[in-house]
Design a protein. Structure first.
Length: 379
């Protein structure tokens, strides 16, 4: 489908995009009759590693599982704190709590939605064991300025790169920059497996730890267990492997990823051009030349966001809110601390329809409706 073809498809905020080969790949995986973990999963892991330029990746059942396993593999547990932005999907925080650690919420730059090194350094305590930057909108986060202090204290960086598959940090893809990186391959991500995730470990030992954690703590591989009369469990583990069914979908998606990369950047730039000149809208900067954007976020100031949101939904425009701040959620109230920048951002943020079914004309139409809704909200 051409990005310039007319297609009124703005009623969804996000939608999965399939290229046509996924159904046949699923059928082949079903016929192989190995649904828990198998050669197709391992083929997907190696394909992702090759794409990123890293030695290996560990595929898991979801992006949330990737965060949970990644944190555990780096030694995060009870009594530890993890520095994390409040401005993220709640899955990020739930993964921290699942380790027995506690979140220490910090502010983000409202222009990017991402954390800054200065905020990370200001939040360090003796209990800090990890920092989890969230790559909002697919934008890479560079914590180089904070790394000496983090390294001195033994603090690990575990990236929540759920939205950032394919993006760049300097000369490297996100995931190849030397920190633990966790991806999501959920339904509406840049690359979907239907459901799935992956961890990029730093060392072979860390990779082995991730594999045991995802596979119930069992030491032997599935292939070795099939030829043995026993197996060994040497620690805690969960059943969060990626099914070959999901991996089969991901392999097809990866073969077409250049198309996803190109189209998503074109769509984001189309929105930026269409929104230019609307003084009461601030576009959250995705650094699109180096980012594969999964969304297009704007800020609606002056208390008008909710009225504009409702007006656009009434007009069939699938806007969303990504995300309400987590430090104000009831489940996370024990770790509340005032974050005025994030609280204001939470009142202003709104995401426009963004998926590969959209055309450039759709982006222009959605921006025009936003302009009209803003005018109505000002009266």
């Amino acid at each position: 489908m051409s990005l310039t073809a007319a297609s009124p498809d703005v009623s969804h905020n996000a939608r999965p995009y399939l290229y046509g080969g996924e159904e046949a790949a699923l059928t082949d995986a079903l016929r192989a009759r190995q649904y828990n973990h198998g050669p197709v999963t391992e083929e997907f892991e190696q394909a992702i590693a090759t794409y990123l330029g890293v030695p290996e990746t560990v595929a898991v059942a979801s992006g949330t599982a990737a965060l949970h396993v990644g944190l555990l593999a780096t030694g995060v547990g009870p009594g530890h704190e993890v520095i994390v932005p409040s401005f993220t999907f709640c899955a990020t925080i739930q993964a921290i709590l699942a380790t027995g650690a506690r979140p220490r919420f910090i502010e983000v730059n409202p222009g990017t939605g991402c954390v800054e090194p200065s905020e990370v350094l200001a939040a360090l305590t003796p209990r800090t064991r990890a920092v989890m930057p969230v790559l909002y909108g697919g934008r890479a986060v560079d914590l180089a300025a904070a790394r000496p202090a983090l390294d001195e204290q033994g603090v690990t960086v575990v990236e929540d790169a759920a939205q950032a598959f394919g993006s760049w940090q300097g000369e490297h893809r996100v995931g190849a920059t030397g920190v633990v990186t966790c991806f999501s391959f959920g339904p509406i991500k840049n690359l979907t497996c239907g459901l799935g995730g992956a961890i990029v470990p730093r060392t072979p030992l860390e990779a082995d730890t991730c594999r045991r954690l995802r596979g119930l703590g069992i030491v032997e591989s599935a292939a070795r267990r099939a030829e043995a009369t026993t197996y060994r469990v040497d620690g805690f583990g969960m059943r969060v492997q990626m099914s070959p069914l999901n991996a089969a979908v991901g392999l097809v998606q990866l073969r077409h990823f250049h198309e996803a990369e190109t189209r998503r950047r074109e769509l984001w730039r189309a929105y930026a051009a269409a929104l230019n000149g609307i003084d009461s809208v601030a576009l959250v900067d995705a650094d699109v030349d180096r980012t594969v954007p999964p969304l297009c976020a704007v800020r609606i100031p002056d208390g008008r966001r909710d009225r504009v949101f409702r007006a656009l939904r009434d007009r069939g425009i699938g806007v969303g809110v990504h995300y309400p701040p987590n430090h104000t959620q009831p489940a996370f109230s024990p770790w509340y601390r005032p974050l005025p920048v994030t609280e204001r951002l939470g009142r202003e943020i709104m995401t426009l329809p963004f998926h590969q079914h959209l055309t450039l004309a759709d982006a222009d139409h959605a921006a025009g409706e936003l302009r009209r809704a803003l005018a109505g909200a000002s009266r």
